[in-house]
Design a protein around this ligand. Structure first.
Ligand SMILES: [Zn+2]
Length: 487
């Protein structure tokens, strides 16, 4: 899937935070305006703002689907709220319902018109009803009963992610997510696990579904975006910046007596850098990308094309170097070649044949390539050696990535047929096109693109994409399946 297609994703991130009796909502990102637009409805003395995603056509009898996302902090006390919102909301994306696994059926009985599904903090290992302490955490999604025929609960994601699918001409995927808060134990590991899962889900569904994510991001939003960008999903800060800076470009080309132009001139001159003026924010954003002297551009504006070119080159240069710098600091990324090109997707994440069956293999292969595939050796080091690092399949030695892919005898049969094809095709491509550089088999399987450079030899690159990479991807996919089967 190419970057342009990724950019066409419709992802709506919405979040409403409860503070005292006040809801404040914030829509982070809306794409693909033709399908969605966001709206703020204020009611009850301006106390509650509700984010709505309107006009999802052909999905239900009404043309409008109204969605509210909020952290309910104990769903059992929210009865009056649901009563009040019963005519105004079709789908609730909820966090912190505080129910345990054995209480989840309450979600179906909260309100006559609504039903729902959810996960609890103990869903993986349910506690006995007689031992329930005060509740905490959990995620859920409630929907109007008249949508019931269209809704499928999806058994994906961990206990912090609840997904449902709504069928119709345009399939919709709703995700309610509750990210760990910064003060919690093991915050980063839990956070990365959630982001990994979110990423995986999006990889599988983005081609076929419109995705709506609501959640309590617990101040991790920025980290989440950056991580997703690193994972080649352009959910982007940079794209928002491009839009904002281009808007300034439009203003700079407006007539000098237009209100916008005069406002820009005045604010850029007099407002201090810490003011909340939109123009000063743009100035700061531009500075970050090395675009200085906005005031000068106002007086001698560039043409639309020149401005766009400038913005694109500056922003791409910034993110490319940032991602490369960052990636060098991660030992887990040693199999990646530190070659990134902002605006294009890494070839490992592109499927030549864009069918769903093929696309499903990408997440496993990306996890292995980026060091995010969890083997016993990782578990051992995360758990400070409480968990054994020995391979659970053969029980003979440490389960390292090398052992898993090349050496484990229990996986021998699985890898045999593909391994010989990889060796044949790999050595053929390398012999034909590359210089004397010695190839490492493990590196070749995990990221064959490190041996071929698109700019140097296009044929080699294409043969790698079309022949070698699908074999490697299939091998890793098969190994992963076999490993889980034997577990
Ligand atoms: Zn083994």
């Amino acid at each position: 899937m190419r970057a342009t297609e990724v950019l066409k994703l419709s992802i709506v991130l919405a979040h409403t935070r409860l503070s005292g009796s006040l809801f404040q909502s914030e829509l982070v990102l809306t794409k693909n305006d033709s399908l969605y637009w966001s709206d703020l409805i204020d009611f009850k003395n301006d106390c509650i703002n509700v984010h709505c995603v309107n006009k999802v056509k052909d999905v239900c009898s009404t043309s409008t689907l109204r969605i509210l996302d909020f952290n309910c902090k104990n769903i059992l006390i929210c009865g009056p709220l649901f009563k009040e919102l019963e005519r105004k909301i079709d789908i609730f994306l909820l966090q912190e319902h505080w129910l345990y696994d054995c209480q989840l059926n309450i979600l179906q009985e909260l309100h006559n018109d609504f039903t729902g599904t959810g996960k609890a903090v103990d869903s993986n290992d349910p506690i006995q009803p007689s031992h329930m302490p005060r509740g905490y955490g959990g995620v859920a999604i409630l929907w109007k009963k008249n949508l019931d025929k269209l809704v499928t609960t999806l058994p994906i994601g961990n206990d912090r992610i609840q997904c449902i699918e709504l069928s119709g001409n345009q399939k919709l995927l709703f995700i309610s997510i509750y990210l760990p808060c910064k003060s919690s134990d093991n915050h980063l590991n839990k956070l990365y696990e959630c982001i990994d899962q979110l990423h995986e889900i999006m990889e599988v569904y983005k081609a076929t579904h419109q995705i709506i994510i609501g959640g309590d991001f617990n101040d991790n939003k920025f980290l989440m975006k950056i991580t997703l960008i690193e994972k080649d999903i352009y959910l982007t800060l940079s794209e928002i910046h491009v839009k904002a800076i281009n808007l300034f470009g439009n203003i700079s080309r407006a007539k000098c007596d237009s209100i916008e132009w005069r406002l820009a001139e005045r604010q850029l001159q007099i407002k201090p850098h810490n003011s909340h003026s939109w123009f000063i924010e743009i100035k700061e954003i531009c500075l970050k990308y090395g675009i200085t002297d906005l005031y000068d551009y106002l007086n001698s504006p560039l043409s639309k094309l020149q401005w766009k070119k400038l913005v694109k080159s500056k922003i791409y240069a910034y993110w490319t170097s940032k991602i490369i710098d960052k990636s060098k600091g991660y030992s887990t990324l040693k199999f990646m070649d530190h070659k990134y090109n902002t605006g294009t997707v890494h070839p490992l994440a592109i499927s030549v044949r864009a069918n769903l069956k093929d696309i499903r293999k990408i997440p496993v292969r990306l996890k292995i390539a980026t060091g995010n595939y969890i083997l016993q050796t990782h578990k051992a080091s995360f758990s400070k050696r409480h968990i054994s690092s020995i391979c659970k399949l053969c029980s003979k030695t440490n389960e390292t990535v090398e052992h898993f892919i090349l050496l484990c005898e229990k996986l021998e049969e699985t890898k045999k047929p593909l391994m010989s094809k990889i060796l044949n095709n790999g050595s053929l491509i390398l012999a034909k096109y590359t210089t004397s550089r010695l190839a490492d088999l493990l590196q070749l399987i995990i990221n064959p693109f490190c041996y071929v450079d698109f700019d140097v030899n296009r044929t080699a690159f294409e043969e790698t994409s079309n022949i070698l990479e699908p074999l490697c991807r299939q091998l890793l996919y098969n190994l992963n399946n076999k490993r889980y089967m034997l577990y």
